[in-house]
Design a protein around this ligand. Structure first.
Ligand code: NAD
Length: 499
């Protein structure tokens, strides 16, 4: 059913029949209390970043729609919390199975609205799906404990209860996985949710909530309100005393603002914020492995990942060799629309991202960096930027301080382990670090002393649904995934029963 006026745009894109058919099947409404609804008169226009053209118009939620979504979540909360864990687990497991069946739709849809190459979109279906499977398994293992108090006068019972209605805000870069990483543990814990997907990539969440309904999630348990005015929609929801938890994935500046708002009602919060990952290659590293890790940590998702390696710190004795090997691989990458044959680098998300790559490279070069490959935005449609290698990046360059969020690999050198460590920790962020060395003792020293929530030792990819994902410092609060992930949605209750 269509709840939005879908008059064709004058800029109608040249979509394939398969793409047209899929986009026509994606719901275009707000999902509140188990029903599809229209939003305000001005729909959200979703574009394909490979062409810049509008591919679908969807309903745009107003602040009053957000409050109605919270009404629905609050109304459904008690019954969902009382639903047996086994039932909640089985619904999540069904959602996992359905996602495998509908894998091709989700992968293609993510490529269309976000731009990532189809193979990577498929990888995200796998990764995103694992949160459904993992938390279906965790739902029935919500423990507690009991024991005699030290005085011997009573029994102490500690149990875990769902925290209550949650507001989940997701970014555009992993449209499926960032949603499942929040929705699955919330539902497993017995919480109901209002989800606000990113305005740039809301379609995947809309298709996903339809899947959840098909899997048996009752009305009101998951509500979805895409909007073009995130601040206006979110403020009243966060200020509403019925809300119990805010979980946000996005940039650190927005995270700071939301934390301040959440402070008013002393909300539980999870904050998965920005990163500025160091990628340290020691002189004793297996260089081929380091190069492979670098390609993955830098160019996955077109460099648009919070875990993307941002600062390559390479020992001065091997820097030239490392840069030459990486450059050869970068030159072999294929830029294009993510659906194209053999494409390994898709477009950036929008024109601001393209401009930002140009500015960061310009500043680095003005301070003495050299370009070994790339460096430009090609002519033509879409928001493409050439994969780029920079060497001799000087301290003080913007590219070392800011999150690049694009396909630019910036190399600087170091002389000693102490220097590498000091430079790696020289950031307000602390999400993940990558270290390549064949010296195990050195590896352990880096694990101990690197100020990050996660670390890859001789690998460029750490994400796993069974692992606690999250950062320290201004990269955030809380963990998603792993045994820790469900506790973000549970609250501890202690009861004393006198003997
Ligand atoms: P963003 O902060 O601009 O937006 C994230 C979400 O917040 C979007 O849904 C957006 O609509 C919403 N938002 C923006 N302003 C808001 C406001 N005032 N009130 C409420 N919601 C608001 O970030 P982005 O550009 O979508 O995503 C990229 C950022 O996300 C990067 O910094 C990246 O590192 C970070 N990120 C972090 C993780 C992690 O797990 N740590 C994962 C993915 C992305």
């Amino acid at each position: 059913m269509s709840v939005v006026d879908t008059t064709p745009a004058s800029t109608a894109p040249a979509l394939t029949a398969r793409e047209e058919e899929l986009l026509a099947r994606v719901p275009d409404g707000l999902f509140i209390g188990g029903r599809w609804e229209a939003g305000s008169a001005d729909p959200i226009e979703v574009s394909d970043p490979a062409t810049g053209r509008v591919i679908k118009r969807i309903a745009n939620a107003r602040p009053e729609d957000g409050i109605r979504a919270l009404d629905a979540a609050a109304e459904a909360a008690e019954a969902w919390a009382a639903t047996p864990p086994r039932t909640r687990a089985e619904i999540l497991r069904r959602a996992f199975d359905l996602l495998q069946e509908r894998r091709d739709d989700f992968a293609l849809l993510m490529t269309l609205e976000m731009g990532k190459p189809l193979a990577e979109a498929n990888g995200e279906v796998t990764y995103g799906g694992e949160f459904l499977r993992w938390f279906s398994e965790e739902a029935v293992r919500i423990g507690g404990r009991f024991g005699q108090n030290p005085e011997g006068t009573g029994t102490m019972v500690v149990s875990q209860r769902p925290v209550g209605p949650c507001y989940l805000i997701t970014p555009w870069n992993f449209p499926l996985a960032m949603a499942t990483r929040k929705i699955a543990p919330a539902l497993a814990a017995g919480c109901t949710v209002v989800v606000k997907p990113a305005e740039l990539t809301p379609l995947t969440t809309l298709l996903f909530v339809q899947l959840l309904t098909d899997a048996g999630v009752p009305a009101g348990v998951v509500n979805v309100v895409p909007t073009s005015n995130a601040g206006a929609l979110s403020e009243p929801i966060i200020a509403d005393p019925r809300l119990r938890k805010l979980s946000f994935t996005g940039s650190t500046p927005v995270g700071r603002r939301l934390l301040a708002q959440a402070g008013q009602n002393v909300l539980r919060t999870s904050m998965e914020l920005g990163g500025n990952a160091p990628f340290v290659v020691f002189e004793d590293a297996d260089l081929e492995k380091a190069v492979e890790g670098a390609m993955l940590a830098k160019f996955r998702n077109i460099g648009q990942a919070c875990t993307a390696a941002n600062r390559f710190l390479v020992h001065e004795s091997i820097a030239e060799d490392f840069a030459a090997r990486v450059t050869a691989k970068v030159k072999a990458l294929k830029l294009g629309r993510g659906t194209g044959d053999g494409v390994t680098i898709g477009p950036l998300i929008d024109d601001r991202a393209v401009a930002s790559m140009g500015a960061l490279i310009g500043d680095a070069v003005a301070r003495g960096a050299r370009i070994l490959s790339g460096g430009n935005a090609p002519d033509g449609d879409g928001y493409f930027f050439e994969p780029t290698v920079l060497v001799d990046v000087q301290p003080g360059s913007d590219i070392l301080r800011e999150e690049i969020f694009g396909p630019v690999l910036a190399i600087s050198t170091f002389a000693t382990e102490e220097e590498a460590l000091a430079r790696a920790n020289e950031t307000e962020f602390g999400l993940v670090g990558y270290v390549f060395t064949s010296d195990l003792a050195r590896g352990h020293r880096m694990i101990d002393r690197l100020d990050t929530g996660m670390m890859g030792l001789n690998t460029g990819l750490v994400s796993n649904a069974a692992a606690p994902f999250g950062g320290v410092k201004q990269s955030g609060l809380g963990r998603e995934g792993g045994a820790e992930g469900i506790h973000e949605y549970l609250t501890t209750k202690y009861t004393l029963i006198p003997a």
